[in-house]
Design a protein around this ligand. Structure first.
Ligand code: HEM
Length: 457
């Protein structure tokens, strides 16, 4: 599990639907069957957030929305949900386009670009504007990214080898991890303090404003000072990291699949027809672009392994699990099952075309999980990733430097930690095409008929 986690996970289903493994000294059970995972996700009172991943995440995110126990979940979700209403996901296309242009402005023809670093810069810009209305200044944005890199690596080790004593040792790695956590907290505290000191921003429609307003209330549900920070750390980290990994994986896969890339360029040229950016109206017409994002989330789900803890003795797949048992589910494992997806190792965006109506069984495609703990940012992430892929593809091809990139080695998230591709401008090709472009007919559908994912607005 530690050395070759993806191979290890893929080897499990032959042993049954629920497989007992060891995580360091602990026993744990991996649910390998989509129906079991569906049951776990639909019963969060029995399978609550806990286990080695969430125990560790709590030292970073406190008891914010990702990590909180089920008994406080409804209150927190109600408080944050307004910031994630569907119209916000559509608004975000303008912000994404501006941030994408800011990132791509530095690229030159023939330059080797670290796509992972660039996508992290892009999602840091977008997420910070959603949370605080302002982009983080360059120094703080770089500090957030540096801390993230340390934290996602450290979290993985601490999840698969959950031996607390090991991480209390004063080793350089442990010191780096503790320093990164502390630095993130300090950065967020400074942002909150600046907003409090600064001029009144009444009516400012950002998440920090919503949280501070709620904290000023005297109701029993009002968040404490500590919770305001926990929620900001939670949303900044989840928003930045997962979406950046999805984007970096998408460009890596496109570079290795020229036909999918050609279809993407044709669609982007047709739909944008020379305009600088996809607006909300264009988003739902970027059908192939969206399929590229969905297929990337299937093949390389950024959230690839999650833990739960049983709150009572319960039966699962014919086994009686005691209270306090660690249960794992892996979107990666489920998305790579041939029974759910023929030729699961192949990158085939067309699997997700709305008119291919073979339904995906419940629990088989869970990049954003399911049930009441489903990702609150799913629509935002889909809109953001679709708009960013289109905005980059409008002007640039990203070509492999050497051979195919291969499978990334996972940390707390899955994605290429440093993917270097060659930037080629598409200006000439686009000029040729826009002269003859015919936009494809819009296919409006608010939710994808097969995945149930929001379709853009
Ligand atoms: C491609 C991008 C993303 C992916 C793949 C992703 C994936 C996930 C997954 C799998 C979960 C459930 C974890 C579990 O079952 O233990 C989750 C939860 C969550 N995600 Fe995301 N996420 C993404 C983007 C975002 C964004 C952009 C935000 C916010 C800015 C966000 C905020 C959250 C929060 C707050 C939760 C906890 C929800 C709850 O328990 O009510 N995510 N995400």
């Amino acid at each position: 599990m530690f050395r070759r986690p993806l191979d290890f996970l893929e080897s499990l289903p032959v042993h049954g639907d629920l497989v007992e493994i060891r995580l360091g000294p602990r026993r744990a059970w991996v649910a390998c069957d989509p129906r079991l995972v569906h049951r776990i996700l639909m019963d969060p009172r029995t399978f609550d957030k806990g286990g080695p991943l969430y125990d560790r995440l709590r030292t970073l995110m406190g008891d914010g929305l990702v990590t909180c126990r089920q008994d406080d979940h409804r209150r927190q979700r109600r408080m944050l949900q307004p910031a994630f209403r569907p119209s916000r996901a559509a608004d975000c296309t303008r912000v994404v386009t501006e941030e994408t242009e800011a990132v791509c402005r530095g690229w030159r023809a023939g330059q080797r670009v670290d796509v992972t670093a660039e996508m992290l810069a892009l999602t840091t810009g977008v997420t910070s504007r959603l949370l605080f209305s302002d982009s983080l200044d360059a120094g703080r944005a770089a500090a957030v990214r540096a801390c993230l890199a340390v934290v996602v690596r450290g979290l993985f080790v601490r999840t698969v080898v959950p031996v607390d004593a090991l991480y209390r040792l004063p080793t350089p790695g442990n010191r780096r991890y503790r320093h990164a956590v502390l630095r993130l907290h300090t950065l967020i505290d400074a942002i909150i303090a600046e907003r409090r000191r600064g001029p009144s921003r009444d009516g400012q429609d950002d998440l920090l404003g919503t949280l501070l307003e709620a904290a000023a209330g005297d109701g029993a549900d009002a968040p404490t000072e500590r919770e305001v920070r926990d929620q900001l750390v939670t949303l900044l980290l989840t928003g930045v990291e997962s979406t950046a990994m999805c984007l970096a994986s998408a460009f890596g896969l496109l570079a290795d699949h020229p036909e999918a890339e050609r279809l993407l360029h044709d669609e982007v040229d047709g739909v944008l027809a020379g305009r600088p950016a996809p607006g909300p109206g264009e988003l739902e017409r970027l059908v192939h672009t969206r399929c590229v994002v969905t297929e990337t989330l299937r093949l390389r789900p950024p959230g690839w392994l999650f833990t739960r803890i049983t709150t009572r003795e319960t039966e699962l797949a014919g086994r009686i699990l005691p209270r306090g048992a660690t249960v794992l589910y892996s979107p990666y494992l489920l998305h790579h099952r041939a029974a759910s997806f023929p030729e699961p190792e192949q990158f085939r965006p067309e699997r997700w075309l709305p008119d291919r109506d073979t339904p995906v069984p419940g629990g088989a495609m869970v990049p954003f999980a399911a049930g009441s703990r489903k990702c609150i940012g799913d629509a935002l992430a889909m809109a953001q990733a679709t708009a960013a892929v289109a905005a980059v593809a409008r002007d640039w091809r990203l070509r492999p430097v050497s051979g195919p990139a291969g499978r990334p080695r996972p940390a707390a998230t899955l994605g290429p930690r440093s993917l270097v591709l060659l930037a080629e401008p598409r200006a000439r090709a686009r000029a040729r095409r826009t002269a003859t472009a015919q936009s494809p007919a819009p296919r409006a559908a608010p939710h994808h008929p097969r995945t149930g994912f929001p379709m853009g607005r």
